[in-house]
Design a protein around this ligand. Structure first.
Ligand SMILES: NC(=O)c1ccc[n+]([C@@H]2O[C@H](COP(=O)([O-])OP(=O)(O)OC[C@H]3O[C@@H](n4cnc5c(N)ncnc54)[C@H](O)[C@@H]3O)[C@@H](O)[C@H]2O)c1
Length: 254
């Protein structure tokens, strides 16, 4: 049966991989993203989708997006709080407080408005899935990435807590923890971590590969496979979980 899928940060990377795969199987997709150009491109590729420019940290913009979804669809079956940015890299004593706050703002605070809306709507429906995007950084320590890691551990706490608040109403809440994903974003992260650590970019890439038991990076499609599984009846009894798709991260420390 066709589902109503809402995705934040849905115009590129993992969010777009989710949007493509849900749309391809006939689901209705609504995505928002702060990048207006990427939203335009996503709308061109997925003409039936609701695609709007909205920043997850901006209450007025999120109200416009989410109220459009509610008006058009009357609710949502799967809400993916996925938007995120890498944040700054560096030793904590070298980090700027504004950069710290900006990272927490998008990666943790940015999930609040989306989850609050989803909780209200889904409690009323008596069903639904809230799917947050954490990270393997939400399961390990990662030197020089303290604000991002703190935010992604925060997402795990939010997942566990919302699963408890909403479970009795029939609503499931889970998180996906991607490992290093092939693509432009990890290229940027690798360059930033290399600069912060003094290592070469190849050496940083090697750390990510060797840190996983399967000696691998992952793809947006690997993550979309997990999202589709969690949205399926086969996952009807799965809630409060952080599902890593990462080849099993053993360590993120050089
Ligand atoms: N790429 C990885 O290796 C990796 C690993 C672990 C976790 N993650 C997480 O996966 C999620 C998606 O990341 P991605 O890899 O697809 O990155 P990406 O940069 O390719 O895509 C993220 C999207 O979110 C959007 N975005 C950023 N800030 C936003 C905001 N304030 N409001 C709305 N949209 C915003 C960006 O414009 C972009 O389109 C993030 O939460 C990220 O932290 C990524």
């Amino acid at each position: 049966m066709s589902q109503r899928i809402v995705i934040t940060g849905g115009a590129s990377g993992i969010g777009l991989a989710f949007a493509r795969r849900f749309a391809a199987r006939g689901d209705r997709v609504a995505l928002c993203d702060a990048d207006a150009t990427a939203v335009q491109a996503a709308q061109a590729e997925l003409p039936d989708a609701i695609a709007m420019t909205a920043d997850v940290t901006d209450p007025a913009q999120m109200e416009s997006f989410l109220s459009r979804v509610e008006t058009d669809w009357g609710g949502a079956d799967v809400v993916c709080a996925n938007a995120g940015t890498g944040g700054p890299a560096g030793r904590i004593e070298d980090l700027d407080y504004d950069a710290w706050r900006a990272c927490l703002d998008v990666n943790l605070n940015g999930a609040f408005l989306t989850c609050r809306w989803a909780a209200r709507v889904m409690r009323g429906q008596g069903q639904g899935l809230i799917l947050l995007t954490s990270s393997t950084s939400g399961m390990h320590g990662v030197p020089h990435r303290s604000p991002y890691v703190a935010a992604k551990w925060g997402i795990v706490g939010l997942t566990k807590t919302l699963a408890m608040e909403l479970g009795p109403a029939g609503v499931r809440v889970n998180a996906i923890a991607p490992g290093a994903v092939e693509g432009a974003r990890m290229d940027r992260v690798v360059a930033m971590e290399a600069a912060a650590s003094g290592l070469s970019e190849d050496a940083v890439r090697e750390i990510y590969v060797k840190g996983s038991s399967l000696r691998t990076w992952v793809t947006g499609d690997d993550l979309a496979d997990m999202a589709l599984f969690l949205a399926s009846p086969a996952a009807a009894r799965i809630s409060g979980q952080v599902m890593a798709v990462d080849g099993h991260t053993e360590s993120m420390v050089p």
